[in-house]
Design a protein around this ligand. Structure first.
Ligand SMILES: NC(=O)c1ccc[n+]([C@@H]2O[C@H](COP(=O)([O-])OP(=O)(O)OC[C@H]3O[C@@H](n4cnc5c(N)ncnc54)[C@H](O)[C@@H]3O)[C@@H](O)[C@H]2O)c1
Length: 256
């Protein structure tokens, strides 16, 4: 049956930034199709709340307080995941931040922080988990990039974010080719504006909301749940011939 290919029963996945927003919805979706989950989250309260919710739904789940910017923190999280679950079948790199600032005045600390979370931290997770996947000759990695990896948003200036997401798309392709011989598939999801804490307040702000909606053919932000089916597809056998792809879900934004 076609739906059987979407099952993650008996599989184990790590979701970074799973305490809120898109990451929490990805955790819920993966658990719904059978996966046990490690919530790798910087915020201990929200990470534990997500893990507790998954356990209440009958899955094995732990929260591991993790700062993806810190390679030692990432290594410790992966060691804990291996110790408790014995395998990692998929990795969802979702943790990310944004910073609006003009390129001429953005502080170098702010610039570095965005690149550190969105790009370097994502790479640390790929490397730390990739070693185990290479040893098993099996794994899927799903990177959350953004439509901002293809286009420049307006009117807000966010060069660091746009640059980090473009790099995530190219890193996805690079890892997909390097790790294909090990049966590891690596793909990216590139969302448009989604109704999470990161974007929602600005849709109510006349300085941004109207202009943003005007640029979206479907005339609304996406709901986090509208990304979940793709996240499951990419983590599962249903996507067995897909690697190195960056799939846009943006209500048509990049079509104009
Ligand atoms: N919301 C959107 O419109 C949108 C659009 C395109 C892409 N994205 C991307 O989707 C991902 C999730 O965005 P969101 O809207 O859910 O954001 P969010 O701010 O609601 O959630 C981000 C989560 O990541 C965690 N996090 C931040 N820094 C971390 C770190 N150093 N280590 C570990 N965890 C950390 C936060 O604690 C939080 O739980 C991000 O990569 C973002 O760039 C979002």
């Amino acid at each position: 049956m076609i739906f059987d290919k979407f099952s993650l029963k008996g599989q184990v996945g790590i979701v970074t930034g799973g305490g809120q927003g898109l990451g929490k919805v990805f955790c819920q979706a993966y658990a719904e199709v059978g996966a046990d989950i490690i919530v790798a989250e910087a915020n201990p309260e929200t990470g534990e709340a997500t893990a507790a919710e998954l356990r209440a739904g009958g899955r094995r789940a732990i929260a591991v307080t993790t700062d993806v910017r810190d390679p030692a923190s990432v290594e410790a999280m992966v060691s804990r995941a291996m110790a408790e679950f014995g395998q990692i079948d998929f990795l969802m790199n979702n943790a990310g931040i944004t910073k609006w600032a003009d390129a001429q005045s953005v502080s170098l600390d702010d610039w570095r922080n965005v690149i550190d979370v969105n790009l370097n931290g994502l790479f640390y997770c790929c490397q730390a988990v990739g070693k185990h996947m290479i040893a098993r000759r099996s794994g899927r990695i799903i990177n959350i990039a953004s439509m901002s990896g293809f286009i420049v948003n307006r009117p807000q200036p966010q060069a660091s974010y746009n640059t980090s997401k473009a790099a995530v798309i190219h890193l996805t392709k690079s890892l997909a080719t390097e790790w294909a011989p090990y049966n590891i598939r690596v793909n990216a999801i590139c969302p448009g504006y989604m109704g999470t804490a990161m974007a929602k307040p600005f849709f109510d702000d006349p300085a941004y909301g109207g202009e943003w909606i005007g640029m979206i053919p479907l005339k609304r932000p996406g709901e986090p749940e509208e990304l979940a089916p793709l996240a499951v597809y990419l983590a599962s056998e249903a996507s067995s011939y897909m690697t190195g792809s960056a799939i846009v879900i943006d209500g048509g934004y990049t079509a104009w």
